[in-house]
Design a protein around this ligand. Structure first.
Ligand code: G4P
Length: 535
């Protein structure tokens, strides 16, 4: 395929993730986006509001009928933005971040696969802990962030309070593209700050359909909405005076964030979010390889594995690896190279996956996410390519905060236990730490979130038939050290030294005061912080 065609495909793609705290409305928004992209005709299909839950197979039927591709890891849909040629709409990839309230490395890894993030916050609650953590990852990776204030149909803070909170707490300057007309709880429409027009929304029953929009000029808006319009106009002017207008360069540099007010439930402001993604979020770009050369999007095929999943379904007892395409065109059936092993990898079973069902993917372009079935050899961070060879830097492993020992309780299952540990380690489910004192029978597992431990015990049982128990250890932070420092550290109270399976030597500390004390008393010891969030 010519690089011109690939270039055109890349230009129309946007790949993003929604970062939010549980309950802010991520699922409702995902569905509202699908509704606006006319992927579904009625909201409620996925989220199951009001008993309208339909099954995954409805999605699969829809997929066949419309030629879109759906997966639990990436939802792909086409969207004709204003000014688009309907025959060549934008292609939006929404990569899912794991939804549970707990944190895991998976969540971080997903953010290595996107080009932009939508930070979804609840109008009443403002910034919440998980949003903050995820935002820090985006900042670290230089991912531009669009801010969405959701649930504007419910009482909440004022726009200026929310703007202040965001700029004061995380130093990100919101630049509202629209100002809501009507306070939180009385959401009537939006003042478009660029055109000065009023976009008036009309509710549909239960928010199931796309909310109709009327565009009115400022004068008519003032006559219809009175004080609510005047307040919005004043707010917009004030923001202008403060310099809080969208600036593409500052947005791409992670300094400012276009801000949108929505009600995912009523489908208000959702189109505006899609337009902002198309207009401002960057299309896929080339990626820097280990040798510091850049693999451009139009170069031959390459991709990075960012997530590996196993045991999803008892009828598909295999392992799925999700790759984000970096360059070139992917065609199912292609035999590509696996940079880490040097071995060929046949992509006969490339699939998009949603829940339990799967659909085959035939072609894909940079920015797209494809699931590879039976990918036993692949691990997060691995590179796949067609010649010329390329290898991308590994996904950094993140600073663990939870440490537990894992013990097998079925006496004769030790061999399976070791095999299982090695596999879960290779998949990046947890980090595995060992030392002579504890021996191989009860390795220490390190994780970003404790949910990762539950995944280990559950998979040990389901896939290897091994019963294990997790025993939390009294450590709360880790530092990277070296062989020379290890003996002295081992002597310290509240400290234990381990070797991680990648060879790194880690010292675990009971708490930060112990660490600070040791750093002060033994300034010659090597104690480097691990990457807190991302590289
Ligand atoms: P999450 O994926 O981020 O965890 O959030 P989810 O979409 O599941 O939404 C959490 C709750 O917030 C749901 O209510 C949902 O209906 C509600 N919600 C989402 N967006 C909006 C919005 O724009 N306005 C209002 N008012 N509510 C919103 P629930 O009571 O948990 O479930 P349900 O009974 O409504 O289904």
């Amino acid at each position: 395929m010519s690089s011109e065609v690939i270039g055109r495909e890349v230009k129309r793609r946007r790949t993003f993730a929604i970062i939010s705290h549980p309950d802010a409305g991520k699922s409702t928004m995902t569905e509202a986006l699908a509704l606006h992209a006319r992927m579904i005709s009625e909201a409620g299909a996925v989220h199951g509001k009001g008993g309208r839950r339909s099954t995954v197979s409805d999605w699969m039927e829809m997929e066949k009928a419309r030629g879109i591709s759906v997966s639990s890891t990436a939802l792909q849909f086409k969207y004709s933005a204003s000014g688009d040629d309907d025959d060549f709409p934008h292609v939006i990839n929404l990569v899912d971040t794991p939804g549970h309230s707990d944190f895991s490395e998976d969540t971080y890894r997903v953010l290595t696969a996107v080009d932009a993030a939508v930070m979804l916050i609840d109008a009443a609650k403002g910034l919440e802990p998980q949003t903050l953590k995820l935002f820090q990852v985006c900042r670290h990776r230089g991912i531009p962030v669009i801010t969405v204030v959701n649930k504007w149909d419910r009482p909440g803070q004022t726009p200026l309070e929310l703007i202040d909170e965001i700029s004061d707490r995380i130093g990100l300057i919101p630049t509202p593209l629209y100002v809501p007309v009507g306070i939180a709880g009385d959401y009537r429409g939006l003042l478009d700050r660029r055109t000065g027009e009023y976009i008036k929304f009309t509710r549909t029953a239960g928010g199931a359909k796309i909310a109709p929009e009327d565009v009115l000029d400022a004068e008519t808006a003032r006559a219809t909405e009175g004080a609510a319009w005047i307040a919005a106009a004043e707010e917009s002017e004030l923001l202008g005076e403060l310099g809080q207008d969208h600036d593409q360069e500052m947005f791409l540099a992670g300094q400012t964030s276009p801000m949108i007010f929505t009600s995912a439930m009523l489908n208000f402001g959702v189109r505006q979010l899609l337009e902002a993604l198309v207009e401002f979020a960057p299309p896929p770009r080339g990626r820097v390889a280990i040798d510091e050369s850049t693999r451009e999007v139009t170069d031959p095929f390459s991709a990075v594995v960012f997530k590996v999943q196993a045991g999803m379904d008892s009828s598909h007892r295999d392992r799925l690896a999700y790759m984000r395409i970096v360059s070139g065109e992917f065609e199912r059936g292609m035999v590509v190279n696996h940079a880490q092993t040097g071995k060929p990898f046949a992509t006969k079973y490339a699939q998009a996956v949603f829940g339990r069902d799967r659909a085959t993917v035939d072609t894909a372009f940079p920015g797209d996410v494809v699931g590879l079935v039976n990918a036993m050899a692949l691990a997060p961070g691995d590179t796949l390519y067609l010649d010329p060879k390329v290898q991308f830097p590994p996904i950094p492993s993140f600073a663990p905060e939870h440490f537990s020992s894992l013990r097998v309780t079925t006496a004769d299952k030790y061999k399976q236990f070791r095999k299982a540990i090695d596999q879960l380690d290779a998949e990046g489910v947890v980090q595995v730490l060992r030392n002579d004192l504890r021996g191989d029978a009860s390795p220490v597992l390190a994780a970003v979130g404790p949910m990762q431990f539950e995944v280990v015990t559950a998979r040990m049982k389901a896939e290897f038939n091994v019963d294990t128990i997790i025993e939390p250890l009294g450590y709360s932070l880790a530092r990277r050290t070296d062989e020379a420092s290890a003996p002295e550290l081992t002597k310290q109270r509240g400290v234990e030294v381990f070797t991680r399976s990648d060879g790194a030597i880690l010292a675990l500390f009971s708490d930060k005061w112990r660490l600070q004390y040791i750093e002060k008393e033994h300034s010659d010891l090597v104690l480097e912080p691990l990457v807190a969030a991302a590289d």
